[in-house]
Design a protein around this ligand. Structure first.
Ligand code: HEC
Ligand code: HEC
Length: 189
């Protein structure tokens, strides 16, 4: 009798899962492009990020085709910032945490051209989210924490390398031919 009861429960739970997400929870977030972002995010275990460490990743359209690069870096302005390259467009978007001060797992952000929304998951090792351009194009992205890479790569993209969003002041110590470690002098978030 007890075995039968357990079986019934298992069947009910199975049906419930299929009805809400097409059994989607077992697919990776990026394989769930056909589902609303809210459902995908709701199925991920939210986690606190290590916002001091860069996250690097890729962007995709809803057919799963790669469309560009994305990264998150802590910045000396006191915010996490997202750098994106979509086609030949380069974007800088400030990342905001609506749940602050207690919850850093959910994030959003907005620039003139694009909105992002997403969450950190996988114990903070990864982030997943959606981008919507002002013309309504929707894309998805996945980011992975980058402990091994150059921790100042993002600083250089936005402040030093060709056509930076916010160039260094002319009085700044030289960053060529070899850029010094920005983090020796600058605090980030
Ligand atoms: C995606 C682009 C981006 C990245 C990555 C980035 N920054 Fe910034 N940073 C900016 C912009 C833009 C500003 C100008 C302030 C603003 O618009 O909010 C800024 C401001 C600053 C400032 C001036 C703050 C002030 O208020 O005087 C410092 C210092 C700074 N960043 C250092 C860094 C360092 C160090 C890193 C890497 C660890 C970094 N930034 C990563 C875009 C970026
Ligand atoms: C040896 C220390 C040192 C290092 C290393 C250093 N900076 Fe700076 N940085 C400063 C000082 C001091 C200032 C403010 C004085 C000035 O304008 O030169 C400054 C100013 C800035 C500003 C402008 C702040 C403002 O108020 O507008 C930015 C942006 C910045 N640094 C980014 C960087 C980045 C990116 C790197 C790494 C490639 C870096 N710095 C490496 C010392 C340093």
């Amino acid at each position: 009798m007890r075995v039968l009861f357990l079986l019934t429960v298992a069947l009910l739970v199975g049906c419930g899962g299929a009805a809400t997400g097409g059994g989607g929870a077992t697919k990776s977030p990026l394989e769930r492009n056909d589902e609303p972002i809210e459902d995908v995010i709701a199925d991920l275990e939210p986690a606190q990020p290590e916002v001091q460490i860069p996250y690097v990743g890729k962007m995709y359209n809803l057919d799963g085709v790669e469309t560009g690069l994305i990264r998150f870096d802590a910045c000396g302005c006191g915010y996490v910032r997202s750098y994106m390259e979509i086609d030949s467009e380069r974007l800088d978007v400030k990342v905001l945490f609506p749940g602050v001060p207690t919850d850093f797992s959910r994030f959003d952000g907005e620039s003139e051209l694009l909105r992002i929304v997403g969450t950190f998951y996988d114990e903070g090792e990864q982030a997943f989210g959606e981008t919507t351009t002002s013309s309504g194009n929707v894309g998805r992205f996945n980011l992975t924490i980058d402990r091994e890479g150059d921790q100042t790569a993002g600083c250089k993209i936005c402040h030093v390398e060709n056509d930076p969003f916010y160039p260094l002041p002319e009085t700044h110590i030289p960053v060529a031919p070899v850029a010094p470690n920005c983090l020796e002098c600058h605090d980030t978030v």
